[in-house]
Design a protein around this ligand. Structure first.
Ligand code: SDX
Length: 431
């Protein structure tokens, strides 16, 4: 916690209250209102937490006006270009880029935890084949606490460490198994002799009937997509993981809660919805019709993959994703992808439209990701599971930070009550 430097004065009901101002290393100052209710007898009111800091953190910082994203101080575009996902996982978990020896040890520890308990395979068979892979992931991850009892005690630092490694290591296996189950193909075991992204691609696309060669272009693109989704401050799913963890629930249950929250189309489900929207538009000549619908308050249609609570400029992840889309499609020999053409023209027209400009609505991480994922062979139903497996390290890093914080206490918001005041029960005969 930063030292208290300044105070703000609140005048209320003839009294003046001093509210400490906490200054961050980056971003806006914070009004410390922790004693407001006990001193002034009032709550603050902020549905959706548009102006509320729920915690302090040293992991990720977003400058929404500049469109900048830092992980432990390192800009996302540098990490996407120069690093790789497991190194970014180490950075998020431990705060510094690893030495070569530390990275090798970390990657080896993750590799040794990629397999899933054999009895958990039976869980998948309880789902209908047409289940959404996210439904399967919520169920299977939540059930992990029933199989990994030796890493559920959150008060034991060693068990926290093992749970962290297990989650990062097993999420690709679980996501790939969810996919294989829904397409009626046998599960493919992870291998210890290939890298994290290649393992995921092989577990998704290999079949026993033939050898599977990982395409290095796809593996590098997959790893970059993992990195771009790794962490993002106190977004809805991370806040869900923190709130669930604040009650002392086991890490697997808390990550399952984060997966459930991420699934929503306003959050991680937007990548699936964005590609489906682009396909519905179909051709550039239909863009004006859909832009009009997005602006029509009576029409529930929104431009999925556009807008962000924090970014009021280009989402830096979307910039990298857009470059990657061009590269991957070109390297895959996908000439003139019609959906990519619609996406680029849609972005161009939206960013020239006052409605979007005035509201500072720019493409976010979900706008281009689906185009790459589809070109890689994934169905839209696998887009959010891929987001979930990528974000697991962010959820876990934020969870570890919170559990290790001596200020940590159960999260319990208050409310602005607008319901009935006390009244007496009336018997049914007199109603
Ligand atoms: C992610 O928080 C994170 O960091 C999330 C994330 C992460 O990495 O964890 O970045 C990942 O979830 C990205 C966002 C993915 N969601 C979408 O792409 C869905 C479409 N976007 C919107 O639903 C919306 O922009 C949100 C949910 C992302 C943000 O919503 P806010 O901040 O609550 O903004 P708002 O709904 O109050 O919108 C402000 C105005 C409104 O118009 P007015 O009432 O002022 O006239 O902008 C309009 C909205 O109607 N608006 C849109 C729009 N997004 C906002 N209009 C049309 N299309 C859109 N996409």
């Amino acid at each position: 916690m930063t030292d208290q430097k300044k105070t703000a004065q609140l005048s209320l009901n003839g009294q003046t209250y001093d509210l400490p101002i906490l200054s961050p290393t980056a971003g806006p100052d914070v009004l410390d209102i922790r004693k407001l209710y006990s001193q002034a007898g009032v709550f603050t009111y902020d549905p959706g937490f548009t102006s509320t800091a729920s915690c302090d953190s040293t992991i990720t910082f977003i400058d929404g006006d500049k469109g900048e994203l830092l992980h432990r101080g390192y800009p996302i575009d540098q990490l996407a270009e120069k690093s790789h996902y497991l190194e970014v996982c180490y950075l998020l978990l431990y705060g510094e880029l690893p030495s070569p020896a530390a990275l090798e040890d970390f990657e080896q520890r993750v590799t040794m935890h990629t397999m899933l308990h054999e009895q958990m395979h039976y869980l998948f068979r309880g789902f209908r084949r047409d289940a959404h892979p996210m439904a399967i992931m919520v169920g299977v991850v939540g059930a992990m606490s029933a199989f990994y009892h030796d890493s559920t005690d959150i008060n034991d630092p060693w068990q926290r460490e093992v749970a962290s490694i297990r989650m990062i290591a097993k999420m690709p296996t679980i996501a790939a198994m969810a996919y294989k189950y829904t397409i009626g193909q046998p599960f493919v075991s992870p291998r210890n002799d290939i890298d994290y992204a290649s393992n995921f691609l092989r577990m998704c696309f290999a079949v026993p009937a033939e050898e599977y060669e990982v395409n290095p272009i796809l593996s590098r693109a997959m790893d970059r997509i993992f990195t771009l989704h790794a962490d993002h401050e106190q977004n809805a799913s991370t806040s869900t993981v923190r709130l669930a963890s604040s009650s002392g629930a086991n890490p697997f249950a808390c990550i399952a809660a984060g997966i459930a929250c991420l699934w929503g189309p306003a959050h991680g489900g937007a990548n699936q919805a964005a590609l489906e929207s682009l396909k519905e538009i179909g051709t550039p000549d239909r863009i004006p019709e859909f832009l009009a619908r997005a602006k029509d308050k009576d029409d529930p249609f929104r431009l999925m993959g556009f807008g962000h609570r924090v970014y009021k400029n280009f989402d830096p992840r979307a910039k990298v994703m857009k470059q990657s889309a061009d590269e991957v499609l070109d390297l895959l020999g996908v000439e003139n992808n019609p959906i990519l053409a619609v996406a680029k023209e849609l972005e161009k027209q939206a960013l020239a439209d006052d409605y979007f400009v005035d509201r500072k609505l720019f493409p976010n991480v979900d706008f281009y990701s689906g185009i790459i994922l589809e070109a890689m062979g994934f169905p839209t139903s696998m887009f959010t599971p891929i987001f979930a497996l990528s974000r697991t390290v962010g959820w876990i890093s934020q969870w570890k930070e919170m559990i290790g914080d001596p200020q940590n206490k159960i999260g319990r918001p208050r409310q602005l009550y607008l319901g009935e005041t006390e009244r007496n029960y009336t018997d049914i005969e007199s109603r």
